[in-house]
Every structure is written in structure tokens, then in C-alpha cells.
Design a protein around this ligand. Structure first.
Ligand code: F6P
Length: 522
């Protein structure tokens, strides 16, 4: 079943949403929060996760109309098409099946008449057995020593996902030290190399195409460095690859037994669930890697089966569209209150902006409404001492996602209490602000009457700044998988509503081509 091809702004529900927006655009979150059961009616729970979206400029009617829009543009059918492996990446003629990578069900998924589940299972077995050998020390380098360091060489989806997950799951890490080399900037690879011993380092070259300039250049540089102390016969013990391009991998000199598969039906930025995640399994062990996949699968089933008004990725996508297309907010902040998640905003920038940064619709027509949001962020509480001033008192409307955990991993309860007090404090400050009257009273009681006239306007927080709270019990591989899948499905939902293709990325090509031309002419 082909994706529907509807300009959302021409639908009945969009017209209703426009009228509704005109009616409620000056609504205040503070007033909305006074309604009985506001929090209960505007939050969703799903095992260890609670999404509270009560502090938004929305009413029940807003959600109803947005859900109507989702139905009108065929979101339900689009979700099914994705899960069933239909060619929804039309411009590249591919299915999009990162969900199949984490599926534990026996239901077959067919590509060109062939069930792909057995290949996925076989890749997982290979990842497991290889990870076990390296972690246990049974895999030896060319001088008979066990591996101590892993280097993931890749860029974009072949770097950001594994890097972010390894960083986020540091608590679960084993004795191996994992490094990531991505930039074509030779100083990046040089800084990594200087920490390595060739005898005990394993290089994982991750490139779906195995033609990416950065990855191939970095891999060649590393191979040359390695060959200063070893021979080409030692390469199989130290270099493995994850790729679809077996010929190029072979030309590089990698043993065919050391190649882990990638498939065209997995997009680069959605590939950490495939063997692209090998460095994750090496760093935290296969069981933790599997738990990550299982968490994602839990979210997949929720997304596929839950009604839209109870569906976390759908609700977050719809609220984001509400701000992007009606309030014309340009950006969204992602604010994890966990230092472990410091790389999440970078990862989400690729996932979201490479997917939905499109100005042409599924008809090939230029779009005259806003699509892809700009996403940015950093961890709390650090960012409170950096950019939050602008979010609280600046002139821009910046909807924010707060991500938090009820429990900390090391159990320093005093720290965690303070961390979460800040989490809730920021959300409340954004939503409720501080009125002139409150500031007036505060200054009056501080005893300095002069200050009232001088400082009052500067100390007012107008509030009414929206946010979602995404709160898990604890940061585990399972809950992390769920979180990432939540954002993945939000992306696709928005792409469907905006009538764009989320899974191609032609916009990255021109700059690459011009760089190549420049290299050839100089
Ligand atoms: O820069 C765009 C891109 O194609 C990404 O989508 C992809 O994740 C990255 O380059 C790396 O590609 P490859 O895995 O083929 O080296």
C-alpha cells in the first residue's frame, strides 16, 4: 500500500486546527494547569516510562484535532507499511526496517519475497560470539595478547548512534576502552592513535557503503600506522568491518569472516540496532546490547498498536507539529538530566534533521509550510548555567523535552534529589514563570524599596513556555532502547504528516560532490 500523498494544509482537520489555533493561541499554561485532572488527562504511562505533556499550550480539542489530522493523512496505514517492509523510502526504492532488527516475534518480514528474519538472527549470533571472544580475552592480537581497546571508525549514522549509546551506557561497560574516529580532520585520528597499542587494539570499520571519504581515509591512515609494527597477515586479527559493500571491504584487505552484514533496508541513522552497533556489544556485552534492542521493540509494539491519543511517539510528534506549524516555533530543545546522555542531542540532530529537513513533498512539489524542526540541547544541570537564560526570558518560543530518571545509578541520593529538584524546578519555572506581583512582593520583603522600580521588569518571568517531561525509572540498556525508539517513531510520524520522505538524505550530497571536484582540480 503506497503512502498517501496529501498536503496537510489542504485537509479539513488543518482548517479546523487553524480556527482552533486562532481561538486559543493566547491560552496560558498556568490557567490550563488549574483544571482538575490536567496532569492525569495529559500524561501517558507505559511500564517504566511516564510522558507528561500537561504543560503545553494545548487543550483536549487540540489533541483531538491533531489526531484527526493524523488519521486524515493515513498515519495508521503508513505505520503498517513501515513495519511490513513496504518500499516507503520511495526515492531510494527501499524498505525501512530498523524495527525488524529488534523484533523477537516469529512473524516473517519479506523483502523481495524473502523472509529477512533469519539473516537478522544469524547476524546477532555472529555479534554475540565475536563480542564474547573479544571480551573474554580469547581473541588474541598478532603478538598473542588480548584486546584492550576498540576503535569504531565511521561517520554519521555509522558513528553517532554507537558513540551515543556507548557513552550513555558507561555504567554497564566492561574492561575494554572504546574510541570513536569520525572526522576527516587528521588531528582527530592522530589524537586517538596516540593512545593505542597496535598489538592490543581492534578496529571496527563501519560504513554501509564503504565509500565514505572520511571513513575510508581514516581507515587507510590507521592501517598504515598499524603496518609500521605489524604485517598484512596480521590484519585479520585487528580489523573487522560492518558493510554492505563486500567488494570494497575485500579490497581493503579485511578477511571475509570478519565482515558483519548491513542491509539496504536499514537507514544509516537508524542502524545502531544492526551490526553497526558492534562496538556497543563489545563495550557493554551482548546481553546488554540485546536488552537495548528489547527496549526498542517494546516501544515499537506500543507505536504500532496503541490508539493515537494514547501513543507516546504520536502525541509527541503532534505536539511538536502544533508548535512548529501553528506557533511557528523554529527549534526544540532536548534536555536530558543525566550526564550519561550528553551525546543524545548530537545523535538526535542527525536522526531528526537529516530525516525531516526537506522542502519538497511526496509529490515532488515545493512545500509552502514548515517542516523539520531544528533540535539542540545539552544536559541538566550544566545547561541551566549556560543557555537556559534565553529559554526562560528570551524572545523565542522553544518547546523543550526534559528527560529524567527517578533513580540514579550509583545511588548518591543527595545528588539525585538535587538533580531532580532542578529538573522539576526548570519545568515549573518555564510553565508558570514569576509575575510582576510576585516579584514586587519579593523585592518589598527583601527590604529594599528602591530596587522595586529599578529591577522589577528584569526579574519577571512571563512563563507559558511549554515542555514535555519524559521520565523513566532508571537508565538501563532497556530503557535507553525505548527512549531512542520513541524519537525514531516521532520522526516518522512527523514526516508522514508533513507529506515528506523521511528516509532519504539527498541534501548531504552536493557538498560532498563539490569537495571531490575541488580535490581533483587542485
Ligand atoms: O552523510 C550522510 C550519510 O549518508 C549518513 O546518512 C550516513 O549515516 C553516513 O553518511 C555514513 O555513511 P556510510 O555508513 O555509508 O559510511
Amino acid at each position: 500500500m503506497a503512502l498517501k500523498n496529501i498536503n496537510p494544509t489542504t485537509t479539513d482537520s488543518w482548517r479546523k486546527l487553524t480556527n482552533h489555533f486562532n481561538d486559543i493561541k493566547n491560552i496560558n499554561i498556568k490557567d490550563l494547569m488549574k483544571h482538575e485532572n490536567r496532569k492525569e488527562n495529559f500524561s501517558l504511562e507505559f511500564n517504566d516510562l511516564e510522558v507528561d505533556f500537561s504543560k503545553n499550550r494545548i487543550t483536549k480539542e487540540t489533541i483531538d484535532l491533531l489526531v484527526e489530522l493524523a488519521k486524515e493523512v493515513g498515519l495508521k496505514e503508513a505505520i503498517e507499511s513501515q513495519f511490513l517492509g513496504e518500499e516507503i523510502n520511495v526515492t531510494e526504492g527501499r524498505a525501512v526496517l530498523h524495527t525488524a532488527l529488534r523484533s523477537t516475534s516469529d512473524d516473517p518480514v519479506y523483502i523481495d519475497g524473502k523472509n529477512i528474519k533469519p539473516q537478522i538472527q544469524s547476524a546477532l549470533r555472529k555479534i554475540k560470539s565475536f563480542s564474547n571472544k573479544v571480551i573474554s580475552g580469547k581473541w588474541k592480537g598478532y603478538t598473542g595478547k588480548s584486546i584492550t581497546d576498540i576503535v569504531n571508525i565511521g561517520i554519521g549514522g555509522s558513528d553517532l548512534g554507537p558513540d551515543m549509546i556507548v557513552e550513555s551506557l558507561q555504567f554497564y561497560k566492561n574492561q575494554l576502552t572504546t574510541h570513536f574516529v569520525s572526522n576527516i580532520d587528521g588531528d582527530h585520528v592522530s589524537e586517538v592513535i596516540k593512545k593505542l597499542n597496535p598489538e592490543t587494539t581492534l578496529f571496527v570499520i563501519v560504513s554501509k557503503t564503504f565509500t565514505t571519504q572520511e571513513t575510508i581515509t581514516n581507515s587507510e591512515t590507521i592501517k598504515n600506522w598499524f603496518l609500521k609494527s605489524a604485517t598484512i597477515f596480521d590484519i585479520p586479527k585487528h580489523f573487522v568491518a560492518v558493510s554492505t559493500n563486500l567488494v570494497a571491504v575485500d579490497n581493503f584487505g579485511i578477511d571475509k569472516n570478519n565482515v558483519f552484514p548491513m542491509w539496504n533496508w536499514v537507514g544509516g541513522r537508524f542502524s545502531l540496532w544492526s551490526a553497526v552497533g558492534l562496538s556497543i556489544s563489545l563495550s557493554v556485552g551482548f546481553d546488554n546490547y540485546k536488552a537495548l534492542l528489547e527496549g526498542a521493540e517494546e516501544m515499537d509494539m506500543h507505536y504500532r498498536n496503541e490508539n493515537f491519543d494514547k501513543n507516546m511517539p504520536v502525541i509527541l510528534a503532534l505536539i511538536s507539529i502544533w508548535y512548529n506549524n501553528f506557533y511557528l516555533a523554529e527549534t526544540e530543545a532536548v534536555l536530558p538530566y543525566s550526564q550519561y546522555l550528553k551525546k543524545l542531542p548530537d545523535y538526535l540532530q542527525q536522526a531528526i534533521m537529516e530525516s525531516n529537513g526537506k522542502g519538497v513533498d511526496r509529490n515532488g512539489e515545493t512545500i509552502d509550510y514548515q517542516t523539520g524542526t531544528i533540535v539542540w540541547g545539552s544536559t541538566g544541570t550544566n545547561m541551566q548555567h549556560a543557555f537556559m537564560q534565553l529559554v526562560h526570558q528570551g524572545t523565542k518560543l522553544i518547546p523543550a523535552d526534559f528527560i529524567g530518571y527517578k533513580e540514579s545509578l550509583y545511588g548518591l541520593t543527595d545528588h539525585h534529589k538535587k538533580l531532580m529538584a532542578n529538573y522539576h524546578g526548570q519545568i515549573a519555572a518555564l510553565a508558570f514563570g514569576k509575575s510582576k506581583e510576585e516579584v514586587h512582593l519579593e523585592l518589598k520583603f527583601s527590604g529594599d524599596q528602591d530596587k522595586i522600580a529599578k529591577l522589577l521588569p528584569f526579574k519577571v518571568f512571563e512563563g507559558n513556555r511549554p515542555s514535555n517531561s519524559i521520565l523513566f525509572d532508571k537508565l538501563t540498556p532497556h530503557s535507553l532502547g525505548k527512549l531512542i525508539a520513541l524519537y525514531e517513531h516521532k520522526i516518522y510520524t512527523q514526516g508522514i504528516l508533513w507529506n515528506i520522505y523521511s528516509y532519504d538524505q539527498f541534501g548531504v550530497e552536493l557538498g560532498k560532490e563539490l569537495a571531490k571536484k575541488l580535490l581533483n582540480t587542485h
